[in-house]
Design a protein around this ligand. Structure first.
Ligand code: SF4
Ligand code: SF4
Ligand code: SF4
Length: 256
């Protein structure tokens, strides 16, 4: 995923060990009860994931996971992000000043990192990344960001998720946003993100083909691979949406 850290394994070792110990207890219980699944007897393994277009940021993702710290984390889709100075996902609605003091931040754990990027035409732009190990999946930032670009969204981190037979959050989710999807897909993009990836991938392909033709050089393999990856992700999303529409009585989220 192009978003920060979905695929990254850069975890602080001490946090990782603490998580592993906590998780170990739950895994042991789960295995004893025989309620963990991760693999079908035939076909591709399926994993839980949530559809960010159906999420209404109710907060249950933080409180209903069987893990001490939820396997649901926030991600930022930078292709949708406005790099806003006054980020409605980062700042508390009643912030006192636009600085990084804890009282001004919406995030209860301070998991969002705000970094100055540049100033253009008198406007300042900031990058917002998630310190994933301390994100508890509470969705406060998701709710705030929905007022602007909606680039912050929740997904299950499969490196943390136990892939319970019955996901406790799925049961508690008021909008039925949880689905089992093939392990190889692993994420569910927002529809808008998929559209952005589709457009960017197509445009990149057109530009590198034009440049190669005009300059008589080889096609840039790296850029072509990036364009193909974006197109592939958009296509996986399209196929998944189509499969959902077949048998669903769509329940629309209350915002976005
Ligand atoms: S339980 Fe459902 S609606 Fe609530 S935060 Fe999680 S995905 Fe969103
Ligand atoms: S506000 Fe909640 S969901 Fe967003 S980064 Fe902080 S802990 Fe994670
Ligand atoms: S399946 Fe659901 S309840 Fe179980 S660890 Fe994963 S997110 Fe948490």
């Amino acid at each position: 995923m192009d978003t920060n850290s979905f695929d990254s394994g850069k975890q602080d070792r001490r946090r990782f060990m603490a998580d592993a110990l906590r998780t170990g207890g739950v895994v042991a219980m789960a295995s004893a009860g025989g309620f963990l699944v991760g693999r079908r007897s035939e076909g591709e393994p399926m994993v839980w994931q949530l559809d960010p277009d159906r999420c209404t940021a109710c907060g249950n993702c933080a409180t209903h996971c069987v893990l001490d710290v939820s396997a649901v984390k926030c991600y930022n889709c930078f292709d949708m992000c406005g790099f806003c100075d006054v980020c409605t996902g980062y700042f508390e609605m009643n912030y006192k000043s636009l600085d990084t003091a804890a009282e001004n931040q919406a995030c209860p754990t301070g998991a969002i990192v705000r970094k100055f990027v540049e100033e253009k035409s008198g406007q300042r732009f900031y990058e917002y990344t998630i310190d994933e190990p301390i994100c508890i999946g509470c969705a406060k930032c998701v709710e705030g960001c929905a007022l602007m670009n909606g680039s912050l969204y929740l997904q299950i981190d499969h490196q943390k998720c136990l892939n319970c037979n019955e996901c406790a959050i799925a049961t508690a989710c008021p909008t039925e946003a949880f689905y089992r999807i093939p392990q190889s897909q692993s994420e569910i993009l927002k529809e808008r993100a998929a559209a952005v990836y589709q457009a960017r991938g197509s445009q990149t392909k057109r530009v590198i083909e034009r440049d190669a033709e005009q300059t008589g050089t080889e096609i840039d393999q790296v850029k072509e691979a990036e364009a193909n990856e974006l197109l592939a992700r958009a296509e996986r999303q399209r196929v998944w949406r189509a499969s959902q529409q077949k048998g669903s009585d769509s329940q629309e989220p209350s915002f976005q």
